[in-house]
Structures are given as C-alpha cells and as structure tokens.
Design a binder for this molecule. Sequence first.
Ligand SMILES: Nc1ncnc2c1ncn2[C@@H]1O[C@H](COP(=O)(O)OP(=O)(O)OP(=O)(O)O)[C@@H](O)[C@H]1O
Ligand SMILES: [Mg+2]
Length: 234
Amino acid sequence: MPLTDHGIPSVSWEEFLRRFRWEQGEHVSFIGPTGSGKTTLAKQLLHRRDYVCALATKARDKTMDGLIRQGGYKRIRAWDERPPMVRRSQRIVLWPRFRRPEDVANQQYQLDRAMREMFVSGGWCLFADELYYLCHTLKLTKLLETYWTQGRSMGLSLVGGTQRPAHVPLFAYDQATHLFFWRDNDETNLRRVAGLGGMSAKEIRAAVTTLPKWHALYVNTRDGELMIVKAPRG
Ligand SMILES: Nc1ncnc2c1ncn2[C@@H]1O[C@H](COP(=O)(O)OP(=O)(O)OP(=O)(O)O)[C@@H](O)[C@H]1O
Ligand SMILES: [Mg+2]
C-alpha cells in the first residue's frame, strides 16, 4: 500500500470500502471547502444504510434530483407523506416546498418535525449535506446536537457536511466516528481539525494542508485509523 510523505496510507476507493466499517448509530462528518467533493463522496456511502432520509434545503438541488432519479429515493414534502414502513429499507428525500424566501419557515417546521419523529423511531440515517444552513438559518442546532450526543443509542446516524467547520458545533467533530477532511489552509479550521483528541496534531495538519485535489483524509476517531482516498466522480 503506498504511503504518503506523512506515513498515511493512500488507498483506492475499493480498498477503502473494504476497510470502512460503519455501524448503525455512528455519525459521519464531511469537512472541506466548497467544490472539494464532499457530497460526491457522501452519496456513495449512503447505500450502506437501510433507512435513509436526505434533508433537502435548496430550491434546486442536483444532488437530491440525482438521488430521486437514479438512487431510488422517494421525494416527500412533509414527514406524514412518507410511504408506510413495510419494506426492509426506505430511502426518502425530505424536500419541503421552497419557492419563496418566506418558505424558510415551512422548511424549518417540516425538518424540525421530521427529525423529532425519526429520533423517536430510531434506526434512521440522516443525510444533512448543509449543516451550516440547518444550524444557522433553520436554527436546528439543538436538535442536531441531540442527534450527535444521544443518537447512537437509538441507532441514528447523522451524515453531515460543511464548508465552514468553525461555524458548526464541535459535536460534528468529536461525536463523529468517521471524519473526512479535504484540503484546507484556513487557520481556524486547521486548529479545530488538529485539536481532535487521540491523534497527532502535526500529522493531521501536514496531511490536510497538502491533500491533492478530490482527495480526502479519512479519520476513524474510535481506533485512530487514517487513510487518504479519492471517491469516483459519481
Ligand atoms: N472524486 C472526484 N473526482 C472527480 N471529480 C470530482 C470528485 N469529487 C467531486 N468532483 C467534481 O467536483 C464537483 C463538486 O463536487 P461536490 O459537489 O461533491 O463538492 P462539495 O464539496 O459537496 O461542494 P459544496 O461545498 O459546494 O457543496 C462535482 O460536480 C464533480 O464534478
Ligand atoms: Mg456539497
């Protein structure tokens, strides 16, 4: 297996998938600047879970369109429109109506409600691709924090992405078992990344600042495993 200058193995996507053990209830976080490849990689992990709900927050969103067209996801606008839980798996894009700016209130109401219901049922994997928007615009920070801190025991996995690591709760880092970082030279971001317990700050910092395009540093916070990987284009 080729090692990088920092001694971190660089693995193929296939090899990564073989080594990537993601139990239900473990959270995954994606951190990197815009366009770095977060959504592309995240989407390719979701098939590992049986009950997935993607939270769509934009008026138009190619990722969500793709999940609906090719990924077998069903679009619903409100939690009570979901199909009955009779199958062994369920893939949903929860996409509240968003046509006018004032529809933010509707988004907030629908996502808040759905997240509370999913919490009670347990077993869901939530795909929250835009943590910053959910936290700051929709004011769902407290609810997301409950997922991060209490979700594990309910078998709830939060798969969250952000471009602004300094502006999302620390829980996105320290409550996630699986972390992916893309190249970033922002000092505040680096300090957060390098401050993660149990890992060599120097090693992580050196790796994150020199990652090639589309490549992510994977960190398993439970066992300290590090890998560098590039997802297929998708
Ligand atoms: N592994 C990859 N190999 C080749 N191209 C890629 C790869 N990952 C992403 N891309 C390209 O980069 C574009 C942006 O990727 P993506 O939408 O995943 O980034 P992002 O980090 O989610 O961005 P944003 O923060 O703006 O949501 C994609 O449309 C794709 O063309
Ligand atoms: Mg994205």
